[in-house]
Design a protein around this ligand. Structure first.
Ligand code: SF4
Length: 359
């Protein structure tokens, strides 16, 4: 599957010139600042562009420099990340900023070996920052690039194998090595995968690579790239408790190595397997004072049905590092999990409904 240098050059020029004409105006494309590009690349992993834009602005308003991020409290970083998911990215970014300030005086290193030694910076992020911020001919491979290459070359192996990874990285290296602008070429590959060469219904008639694309010639776009079968969906049921006492509610911090580590949540209990939901709800330890709207929540392949209840607190209130009694306004200032935000919203809605009906 080796291509001639002349062909690679031709494809690189086609896709780069297409990118210059059609690229979407995105805030991180207006800068060559390595710190800002690093933030955007960290946020964009597993997350859509439209979702990331407001987070990107808010994050940089609060932490405009790498030094300000390095000096921040982790809870402030998590609060600004809250809702983007995959919180290990935020923690790594924070650790990474500290490392860059300590070891490289706040300047993102200019070579791959040092870049990849930063916490949370893997081969993809290193390639993105080095090529986009510094214009270096460093390759990158993400899901979009894999899809474009797999279809363009008619690559039929399953993409999570070692040899597939070697193929994608060596091709990306070859292409970026022939580019006049490594920054534009890498962004062009990702842009093509994100826009025209999308997972479903690629728009091949508009594609700058259509004349040589194997998947288009053979009609195999839908079956490429080849992936492992998806993990089966796992359904969970949780009850969560909004404990109330004197206009305060109880929040708990998620422990290390649990979902949403370090973020604040309402206490919860999980339905054991092999117990019917009705029986489980009926036998919960507290008689519910009021049920809030049931919430649906998705985490990777888990589909969670959440039953939130409001309960008066009878015992003493205690605060600690992992448990806080707060007002609703104080709760909104804490780094909450996305699920806790939904429940808080349902609670506020129910409270305002109660106030209206009492008026
Ligand atoms: S021609 Fe179609 S399948 Fe081939 S790279 Fe372009 S958009 Fe993807």
């Amino acid at each position: 599957m080796r291509a001639s240098k002349a062909n690679v050059k031709k494809w690189v020029e086609k896709i780069t010139s297409w990118y210059r004409d059609v690229q979407r105006p995105l805030p991180w494309r207006e800068t060559k600042d390595a710190y800002r590009i690093w933030i955007s690349e960290s946020m964009l992993q597993q997350t859509q562009v439209v979702t990331v834009i407001p987070y990107y602005h808010r994050f940089l308003d609060k932490f405009p420099t790498i030094e300000s991020l390095a000096a921040a409290e982790e809870s402030d970083v998590l609060r600004l990340w809250s809702g983007l998911g995959y919180y290990s990215r935020a923690r790594n970014l924070h650790r990474g900023a500290k490392a860059v300030v300590e070891k490289w005086k706040g300047e993102f290193p200019r070579d791959r070996k040092h870049a990849e030694s930063i916490p949370g910076v893997g081969p993809y992020t290193a390639g993105a920052v080095l090529s986009i911020a510094y214009g270096l001919p460093e390759p990158l491979v993400d899901g979009n690039v894999q899809r474009v290459f797999a279809r363009f070359f008619g690559f039929k192996e399953e993409i999570h194998t070692r040899s597939a990874s070697d193929f994608f990285w060596s091709t990306a290296r070859e292409w970026v090595g022939s580019a006049r602008s490594p920054s534009e070429l890498n962004q062009a590959l990702m842009e093509l995968g994100a826009t025209l060469c999308s997972k479903a219904q690629p728009r091949c008639t508009l594609c700058p690579l259509k004349s040589d694309c194997i998947a288009l010639k053979t009609g195999t776009q839908a079956s490429l790239p080849r992936r492992k079968p998806r993990r089966p969906v796992r359904r969970l049921s949780w009850a969560t408790w909004v404990h109330e006492s004197d206009h305060r509610i109880l929040l708990q911090r998620n422990a290390e190595n649990t979902w949403w580590e370090g973020l604040w949540d309402f206490p919860r209990s999980e339905k054991p397997e092999n117990v019917e939901p009705e029986a489980w709800l009926r036998d919960l330890p507290h008689a519910p004072l009021a049920a809030l709207d049931t919430q649906k929540h998705t985490v990777t392949h888990h589909r969670i049905e959440v039953f939130p209840y409001v309960l008066p607190w009878k015992g003493k209130r205690r605060n600690g590092p992992h448990q806080q009694w707060v007002t609703v306004e104080e709760a909104k200032q804490l780094p909450l999990s996305a699920l806790a935000k939904k429940i808080l919203l349902a609670y506020c809605r129910a409270q305002s409904g109660t106030r209206r009906s009492n008026a």
